[in-house]
Design a protein around this ligand. Structure first.
Ligand code: ATP
Ligand code: MG
Length: 541
């Protein structure tokens, strides 16, 4: 754990990784806490408000039973096992069982429809799937196209061509000798969000969890502390839900609040945090923007000890609003499915810098480089890169050595994101490679302009993109979703343009402001700027 009371520099310089040769995430996150004391692992909040407390002891017994069921059906080391479940205890148990078996988990988002599921199940060659009745219904029409999938387990009981998992578990032993895995052995394939194209399967080793730990301590202001209780609305199928919340908490023996939320409801999120005393939260920027639209959000009394946010730009506006609403400084962090949580703020160690993501998390070497992997001087725009070896880094894209090779230049993993680093190692996000706008010879990042527009009370959400322009190469264009109750008129567009001109820079103000009811978002709530560009260009043809 990172030391308390030291400066960032001292913590960073003293940090050393301790990754054992043999290591298994399932054993680490469960068995070592299962000492018969009933220590709580999950607080499961049901739709009717009931809360079940699930202990590490119960999770150990259940994950052992499930591992035995899988083994009895000849699922073994290296086999891929899909987990298509919402935030319920069975999802956590499935992960633990798969790791203890030495198999490879393939988390699948509960809201995926047939095509998304078929792509991931086929690409990963999954031979088993743990799901519920809802998941089973989606499987019906695609199963014929999945020859590798020979076992489907239904957590709700009997179902079409599926094994009744609760029944099978009552007959299975609760004793299981975990497979002796190396820290370097593959454990999980997580598909990227698909913001820029087809999602890619990032294959990770067991050590990926240890690689995450300093990265979770920073945004959660030196997590864990006594009394902590972690919650996120992000589904556990994404790297953010699984490796920034669920598994690190279980590693530390800290309970997680689990609740199935099909669609993010900002008012409910405020009530949930207040009623259940959530102490630590991961709230992506889109969720924060939605909460910001709830009238009198502060009166709900949600006061977590720490809030981390990442996956998109947080920005100065949300930071300031967060202080007023939650009474804490929201810590921004940065990473990607392939190499997650490598940059972060940490208000417990250093004051936040509005508009900047944070500094390299101790243990990770992050730099801004050119296309040949040469470090750029401070304040120059370039590619954000992470040096290998790094325990949080992926093993490669599943079945795609060419894409894996293209991700690296020498020892640098190229994130595909543009950023700036200053003298003190603070990093500012400029935009994804494809989203940086070239206008009249300038390279303009959408993030800063979006953050500036968000400060205007009429703006609830905004995406800034570059559209083809004969004069300027690209013209900065803002797509704005208005705050409920505000009606667009001709004057508002001019006002928003003036807002950017006077606060940011004259060259980056949006030449065009377009009002829309909503923005295209990925399932993880990320704005699909590429999709917006394509729609706008096609629409104007
Ligand atoms: P795909 O790779 O399939 O297009 P994706 O890159 O959105 O999808 P993820 O791995 O979920 O999939 O997202 C990682 C990306 O999210 C980063 O590469 C970066 O572009 C963006 N991101 C993460 N954290 C931040 C942050 N703090 N500020 C701005 N952008 C961020
Ligand atoms: Mg990506």
């Amino acid at each position: 754990m990172l030391p308390r009371g030291a400066t960032y520099e001292a913590i960073r310089d003293a940090f050393r990784w301790r990754i054992p040769d043999r290591y298994n995430m399932g054993v680490d996150c469960c068995d070592r806490w299962a000492d018969g004391s009933g220590r709580p692992a999950l607080l499961h909040l049901h739709a009717d408000g009931r809360v079940d407390r699930i202990s590490f002891d119960a999770m150990k017994a259940d994950s052992n039973r499930l591992a035995n069921v899988l083994r009895a059906h000849r699922i073994s080391r290296g086999d891929r096992v899909g987990v298509l479940l919402p935030q319920v205890p069975e999802a956590a148990v499935a992960h633990l069982a798969i790791y203890k078996l030495g198999a490879i988990a393939v988390p699948l988002f509960q809201l995926f429809q047939e095509q998304a599921l078929e792509f991931r199940l086929r690409d990963s060659g999954a031979s088993a799937l743990v799901t519920d009745t809802t998941g089973l219904a989606k499987l019906g029409s695609i199963r014929a196209g999945l020859p590798d999938l020979r076992l489907v387990l239904n957590t709700d009981g009997a179902g079409d061509a599926a094994l009744d998992l609760p029944y099978a578990m009552t007959r299975a032993s609760d004793a299981f000798d975990p497979v002796d895995t190396a820290a370097e052995d593959p454990a999980i394939i997580i598909y990227t969000s698909g913001t820029t194209g087809a999602p890619k399967g990032a294959l990770h080793a067991h050590r990926v969890l240890l690689g995450h730990l300093p990265g979770v301590e920073m945004p959660q202001d030196l997590f864990p502390r006594p009394g902590d209780l972690f919650w996120t609305p992000a589904d556990w199928a994404w790297v953010g839900g699984l490796f920034d919340v669920l598994l690190p908490s279980l590693h530390h023996g800290v309970p997680v609040l689990a609740h199935r939320m099909a669609k993010f409801d900002p008012e409910f999120a405020l009530r949930l945090m207040a009623a259940h005393g959530v102490r630590n939260a991961f709230l992506p920027p889109t969720a924060l923007k939605m909460i910001r639209s709830v009238p009198k959000a502060v009166q709900y009394g949600a006061h977590p000890r720490s809030i981390g946010s990442g996956g998109e730009t947080l920005g100065a506006e949300l930071l300031e609003w967060g202080r007023g609403t939650f009474g804490v400084t929201i810590n921004e962090f940065y990473g990607q499915t392939e190499c997650n949580l490598v940059v972060s703020s940490c208000s417990a160690v250093m004051p936040a810098r509005p508009g900047w993501m944070g500094r390299a998390v101790p243990g990770h070497e992050v730099a801004v480089v050119d296309s040949e992997g040469r470090r750029l001087p401070p304040d120059a725009i370039g590619t954000i890169a992470v040096r290998r070896p790094d325990p949080v880094m992926f093993l490669g894209y599943w079945n795609n050595p060419l894409a894996t090779a293209a991700k690296f230049v020498g020892d640098w993993l190229l994130t595909g994101d543009q950023g700036v680093e200053d003298e003190a190692g603070w990093l500012r996000f400029v935009g994804r490679d494809d989203d940086v706008i070239t206008s009249a010879g300038y390279r303009i990042g959408p993030s800063e302009i979006e953050d500036c527009l968000l400060q205007h009370p009429a703006v609830a959400m905004v995406a800034v993109i570059g559209l083809p322009d004969p004069l300027r190469t690209e013209a900065v264009t803002a797509i704005v979703v208005l705050t409920p109750g505000i009606v667009a008129d001709a004057g508002l567009a001019t006002e928003l343009q003036g807002h950017v001109k006077t606060r940011l820079a004259a060259h980056s103000y949006p030449r065009q402001v377009i009002f829309q009811d909503a923005l295209p978002l990925t399932a993880t709530g990320k704005v699909m700027r590429g999709e917006l560009r394509r729609c706008m260009v096609q629409g104007s043809d």
